[in-house]
Design a protein around this ligand. Structure first.
Ligand SMILES: [Cu+2]
Length: 511
């Protein structure tokens, strides 16, 4: 193995006030012309935000891109006004300053733009960063947690560059593999138990992760925090938007190297990344078969194992967190979501895709959820390609996938789940707690970013339980006070805020 570039490890930021500046930049990815990029506090990606459970944080997001964007705190349970979805655009030159309490468990989340129809462009050009939440329960466990030493953040992405080295948005020739924005990376780590925090930050590609030599590892965390106990694996499928925390025991490999690989040759059909992206050979995506990553194994990261640190972690804990999934019998509501392609036949897998027969409509809230409702969401994929479904506001527990109990490593808290193609079903259970708003909805969508941008998305409001849930029109016009005292920037208003996006002036913003 001969990786050429030392892995970039993002800086960290923490505290009560965090300043994030979105801006343009350039990066020398390839010989010749510099690549135009977007980044946060730098030319590419963003710093890792480290938060403590129970703290309050104000994020000052300054938009210096010269065009609107948003920042969404993916996986975090925050008020809808602070969530950074498409209804909360930050105009060019503006600063958006949401405040919220950190209610998460110890977990690995991420932040990225969510501007309708531009999410893929802004993410693939470089805006994404990790969020690490710490809590006392995690701190009491014997786990690696020295950032950049034995606790390594890994943002896994693929990109396409054109002949002039510029990032191509929304094509299937994402032939370049980057980790933390580094092409062909290596990292030096100590010979002990090391923690890897993985994010699939690719626009579309599903990864089938493992190590060279089939070196076993333990998954300890899912999207929303630690599992009940470590789960030993040799492969981990990670879809766009998903995170995983792994422990890898490298103590026997001092002086050697090991590779983090995506075993794409093992992916079944009807998943982006497999040899066959649809269910049959007639179903195609333009250029897909020209991309050597599809259906093949490829290296993500070369890991060079050196001597251990002075006080190394040398064992895997027996237990981790206490998980308390809701009983299915406690659900108040079951909602069904059906995914269908707009086009039938061989081009079906190219999209666009619909959810319950509809494309995303900014001005039409899909439904309202009563605050504190416990709900089962039943997802059925009537399209011939798997879709990673993501919901904002909450973490959920998977009840079943195609009728079967999920494997142990998927029994933790989740906010993204890959729904199998060809009438595949997933059911999950969740509760909509703490935050409600008449004005700003939460999103649910496919996390394959071209699918999302093409309208495979919907939005729902969480409303106080005393609200007249059937009368959306009347509620839209009401002036309401903020439900949460942490929202110091948010007092009341009577204009639905998503109308701002089309307004020539922001002076109508009541505050
Ligand atoms: Cu999709």
């Amino acid at each position: 193995m001969t990786a050429q570039n030392q892995l970039l490890v993002p800086d960290t930021v923490s505290g009560e006030v965090i300043d994030l500046e979105l801006g343009m930049g350039t990066v020398q990815f390839l010989p010749g012309t510099l690549t135009q990029t977007m980044g946060v506090n730098g030319p590419l990606l963003g710093p890792t935000i480290i938060l403590q459970q129970g703290q309050t944080v104000t994020m000052n997001v300054s938009n210096q891109l010269g065009e609107p964007s948003t920042i969404h705190w993916h996986g975090m349970h925050v008020p809808p006004e602070a969530d950074g979805g498409p209804h909360t655009p930050i105009a060019a030159g503006d600063t958006w300053s949401p405040s919220f309490a950190v209610l998460e468990r110890a977990s690995t989340h991420w932040y990225h733009p969510h501007l309708h129809m531009h999410t893929n462009e802004h993410v693939v050009k470089g805006i994404a960063g990790l969020i690490i939440v710490r809590d006392p329960l995690e701190a009491a466990l014997v786990l690696p947690r020295t950032y950049g030493v034995d606790d390594i953040p890994l943002v896994l992405q693929t990109k396409q560059f054109d002949a002039d080295n510029q990032v191509v948005v929304g094509d299937a020739l994402d032939t370049h593999v980057l980790v933390n924005g580094t092409l062909d990376p290596y990292v030096d780590v100590p010979g002990q138990v090391v923690r890897l925090r993985l994010l699939n930050g690719a626009s579309e590609r599903v990864l089938n992760l493992g190590f060279t030599g089939n070196h076993a590892f333990h998954q300890i965390g899912t999207d929303g925090g630690l599992l009940a106990a470590p789960v030993q694996l040799t492969r981990l499928r990670l879809a766009p938007g998903e995170r995983a925390e792994l422990l890898v025991d490298l103590s026997a490999l001092q002086g050697q190297s090991i590779g983090l690989v995506s075993f794409g040759s093992e992916l079944p059909s009807a998943i982006y990344g497999a040899a066959q992206p649809g269910m049959g050979p007639g179903q195609t995506i333009p250029n897909y078969t020209l991309n050597p990553l599809n259906g093949n194994d490829f290296s993500l990261l070369q890991i060079n194992v050196g001597p251990p640190t002075p006080n190394p972690i040398t064992s895997i804990p027996g237990t981790l967190a206490v998980l308390t999934p809701w009983a299915e019998a406690s659900a108040n509501t079951t909602r069904t979501f059906t995914f269908t392609p707009v086009n039938m036949g061989p081009t079906a897998i190219q999209g666009p895709f619909l959810i319950n027969g509809a494309s995303f409509d900014m001005m039409n809230i899909n439904f309202d959820v009563p605050l504190d409702n416990i709900e089962v969401w039943e997802l059925t994929n009537q399209s011939p390609i798997a879709h990673p479904f993501h919901i904002h506001d909450v973490q959920f527990y998977i009840l079943d996938i195609n009728g079967a109990t999920p494997p142990p490593n998927m029994q933790g808290r989740k906010d993204v789940v890959l729904v199998p193609a060809g009438m595949g079903t997933v059911r999950f259970i969740t509760r909509f707690e703490d935050y409600s708003s008449y004005d700003v909805p939460y999103m649910y969508h496919c996390h394959m970013l071209p699918h999302e941008d093409d309208g495979m998305m919907g939005h729902f409001r969480v409303l106080p339980q005393d609200a007249g849930l059937s009368d959306d029109t009347a509620l839209n016009g009401l002036m309401r006070a903020a439900p949460n005292p942490a929202l110091t920037f948010w007092t009341s208003r009577w204009t639905p805020p998503w109308a701002w996006a089309r307004s020539p002036s922001r002076t109508s913003r009541a505050a």
